[in-house]
Write a protein that binds this ligand. Sequence first.
Ligand code: ADP
Ligand code: GN1
Ligand code: MG
Length: 347
Amino acid sequence: MLDQILPLYGIQPVKSDIQLFGDGLINHTWKITTESAGYILQKVNQSVFKKPQDIDQNITLLNAFLKDKHPEYLFVTPLCGRSGKSLMETPAGFFRLFPFVENSHSLNVLNRKEEAYEAAKQFGKFSMLLNDFDVTQLHITLSDFHNLSLRYEQFLSAVQKASEERKTKSSALISFINEHKNLVEIYNGIVHNKEIPLRVIHHDTKINNVLFDPQNKGICVIDLDTVMPGYFISDVGDMMRTYLSAANEEETDLNKINVRIDFFKAIYDGYMEEMGSVLTETEKKYFVYAGKFIIYMQAIRFLADYLQNDIYYGEKYPEHNFNRAANQIQLLRKYIEIEDNLVKLLH
Ligand code: ADP
Ligand code: GN1
Ligand code: MG
C-alpha cells in the first residue's frame, strides 16, 4: 500500500526504510527513513475522523497564525506532496507526511517530575501562544469529544445494550461510575459558566503526544487531530491522567497505580508558567477537578467500549478495555483519596 503513497511525495519506497511506529491508539503511523531525511507517515483513522480535511484546514490556519505571530515556535505540520496538497486522498484512505523531528522521542510513562513539568509547559505554551487566535475559526474535528454529559448518556445506553456476560463482569465498575455522577453535574456547570471560555485546546495531552530531546527537555507537541475549541480542563486533566501514575493505562496490576503528588505540582508549575496569566480566576478553581473530569471520562470511554464489544479502541487481548477501565477507576480512586492535599498544595 505504501508503495503507492510515498511516490506522491517524491519518495522512492525501494530506497527507504519503513517501520510501524509509536504507540498511538487511533491512527496508523510509520517512520520512513531515506538517505537524506526521516519522516512520519500517517494514515488517518477515518472511522474516528470522518472529515480529515477539517483537521488539515485547522492545522493550516493555526500554522499561518503561529508563523506570523510566533515564527520561532516549532509547530510540526504536514508536508505538501507533489500535488501541492498536505492531505492525500487515495483509494487506500487519507494520508499525511510529517518531517520526523530529529533526535526526538516520546515517552509512555514518566519517571521524573521534571519531565511532567516539561510536557505541561509545552501544552501550556501551545494554548498560550494561540490565546489571541479566533477559536470560532476552527472546525470541530470530533463533535462532543469531551462532552462528559453526552459520554455519560452513551455509557448508560452501552450498559443497556451490553451482553449479560460483559454487564455482569463490569457491575462493580458500572456502580462506581454511577456513584460519581456528580462529576457530570460539575461539568454541566462549567459549560454554562461565562467565566470559563472556549480556548484553542489540544484535547489529547497524553504523555506520548509530546516530543522530548535526548536530555528529556520538551521539544514540541504533536498529534493535532483533536485541536479544537474546548475548556482548559481537558488538557490539564489528560496530563494528570497520564503523568501522575508510575504505571500507565495499560497496567493490569492495580497495586502499581499511584498518584505522585510531586508530579501534580510539576504539572501545575509547567502549565501555569505559560497559562497562569491567561486563565481566569474562575478557571483556576477547577484545576484539581480537571484530573477527576478526564480520568472519569476515560474510564467511561473504555468501559463503554468494552460493553459495546471494543468497536472504538479495539483490543490487543481479551478483556483489554475492561482492564483499561478498571485501571482508570483505580487511578480516580487514588486521586480522590488525596484530593484535599492537592487542593492545599495550590493555596
Ligand atoms: P496517534 O493519533 O495514533 O496517537 P501520533 O500523531 O501521536 O498518532 O503519532 C504516534 C507516535 O509517533 C507519537 O507518539 C510519536 O512517538 C511519533 N511521532 C509522531 N509525529 C512525530 C514527528 N513529527 N517526529 C517524531 N516522532 C513523531
Ligand atoms: C486516543 O490517539 P491517541 O492514542 O493519542 C484517544 C484519546 C484517549 C487515548 C487513551 C481521538 O489517543 O482521546 O484519551 O486514546 N483519541 C481519540 O489512550 O479518541
Ligand atoms: Mg498520539
